[in-house]
Design a protein around this ligand. Structure first.
Ligand code: SAH
Ligand code: SF4
Length: 436
């Protein structure tokens, strides 16, 4: 059992129709996952079939491999067990056999912080020593985990702190689903053996009409109820890994979270949006942030490649969007940049023109050292929100959370990493050179 025997879709991959690297396109980066020194294989991130294939390669016959894979999969993803020794329905002699060949990984926690408002932030580290972050935001009626898809980001939206970082690499399916598993570990939220919900949940495979079953798993009192792919990185530039991870999250015998409780946020990677709807099927959020070409070109540079019209058309065509499952447009409020009444009216006009089932999230800009923008004033935000709201479109203003711990998704950073303005400029230049 060696790393080279890992199933092929763990290899670095960009979807076949992904545009080639260029000024704004992603730069394909090697996965660079360092194989474990001990030669054991981490099972986290693998679907049942691949686990079965690995068991077969390790010497089990087809039938035994399939049965063991089913049991192990359930323990890993549904019960959150981290030791083979605790898989009680697997023969005692079989458990050391598994432990010699496989591991059950989690991202390493470098630092965990809790804000005065209950928001939690973790600085995590991959096995090959790259740091990324995850944030948990508790609310009265839900708890939302903000998950990263890449270490850094190839794009460089000007208001986003992640945009000043270089892309180090895509996170693997294991590192993506591992974030959710780690959050469940920390929140103590794995189902217990005597949990009556398990009997009804095991083996269920949620699809379109299974919302009731899925919500049975997330009763009142459960902390982690929702996931947003809004941490570091552009999830649609790491499509395969994000899809594979979310499939494990959505599987009724896996983490069993309904796709209706998962939202993927994109800066507007138009060619991947349809596949996102078809192959993942989660809710879509679009980082619109501006309604004119000039402003969006400046603050969300991918707009130079895929313009506003093309983006909104892709939203109109997004599989599964409806009045019951609206597309969220994120709009960060930047003083004197995108926040006038005229901008608000144009936003309404565009949403109506494309007949979009939409809601708008107004996000007060969260400043970071050296950022070239300021947040709009509260009155300006109110006035903007009123225009959108009066047009019949929901437009909540998002309360900043966890500011005392720098927890805003998408601009995640730690005090330890704080860089001087000069260093930020240098990184931005280097990044531009690499992309150009
Ligand atoms: N790359 C994806 C997902 C990660 S960014 C995307 O761009 O959609 C998640 C969200 O955080 C985006 O809407 C982004 O615009 C927002 N964001 C980034 N930096 C921010 C800041 N400084 N203040 C407020 N929101 C910010
Ligand atoms: Fe990347 Fe999203 Fe930040 Fe833009 S807003 S730089 S796409 S993480």
């Amino acid at each position: 059992m060696r790393a080279m025997q890992l199933p092929t879709d763990l290899e670095p991959s960009l979807p076949a129709n992904m545009p080639i690297a260029g000024h704004i396109d992603p730069v394909p980066v090697p996965r660079e996952v360092t194989p474990r020194d001990d030669g054991r294989v981490d099972l986290i991130g693998l679907p049942k079939k691949q686990i079965a294939a690995l068991f077969e390669t390790a010497g089990l016959d087809v039938k035994a491999a399939k049965l063991r894979a089913k049991q192990v999969y359930h323990w890993l993803y549904h019960r959150g067990v981290t030791e083979f020794e605790n898989m009680t329905d697997i023969a005692k002699t079989m458990r050391p056999w598994l432990a010699e060949r496989f591991v059950i990984g989690r991202p390493e926690i470098v630092e965990a912080q809790v804000s005065t408002d209950g928001t939690r932030k973790w600085l995590l580290r991959t096995a090959d020593k790259h740091d990324f972050e995850m944030v948990f935001i508790p609310d009265a009626d839900r708890g939302t985990l903000c998950v990263s898809s890449q270490v850094g980001c190839t794009l460089n939206c000007r208001f986003c702190h992640t945009g000043t970082m270089r892309l180090v690499r895509n996170l693997t399916p294991g590192e993506i689903v591992g974030q959710v598993m780690l959050a469940r570990d920390s929140l103590g939220e794995w189902p217990k053996a005597n949990d009556t919900r398990i009997g009804t949940m095991a083996g269920l495979d949620f699809d379109d009409d299974d919302e009731d079953a899925a919500s049975a798993y997330t009763p009142d009192g459960r902390l982690l109820t929702n996931i947003v792919m809004m941490g570091m990185g552009e999830p649609l530039y790491n499509f395969d890994n994000v899809r594979d991870a979310l499939k494990l999250v959505m599987d009724g015998d896996g983490l069993a979270l309904s796709k209706r409780r998962i939202t993927l946020s994109t800066s507007g990677v138009v060619p991947m949006m349809e596949r996102c709807g078809e192959e993942i099927g989660v809710n879509l959020a679009v980082s619109l942030h501006a309604v004119t070409k000039d402003v969006r070109d400046e603050i969300v540079p991918i707009n130079r490649k895929y313009g506003i019209e093309e983006l909104l058309q892709a939203c109109a065509d997004y599989p599964g969007a409806s009045n019951a499952r609206r597309i969220t447009f994120e709009y960060v409020m930047l003083k004197d940049k995108n926040d006038s009444d005229d901008h608000a009216r144009e936003l309404v006009r565009l949403i109506k023109q494309y007949k979009l089932p939409a809601k708008v999230n107004l996000i007060p800009f969260n400043p970071w050292e050296g950022a070239p923008y300021e947040c709009s004033s509260p009155d300006r935000i109110k006035s903007f929100a009123k225009i959108v709201f009066d047009a019949g479109i929901s437009a909540p203003v998002r309360t900043p959370r966890g500011r005392d711990i720098d927890a805003a998704c998408g601009q995640l950073k730690t005090a330890a990493e704080k860089k001087s303005r000069a260093e930020l400029d240098r990184l931005a230049e280097e990044k531009q050179a690499a992309l150009g």
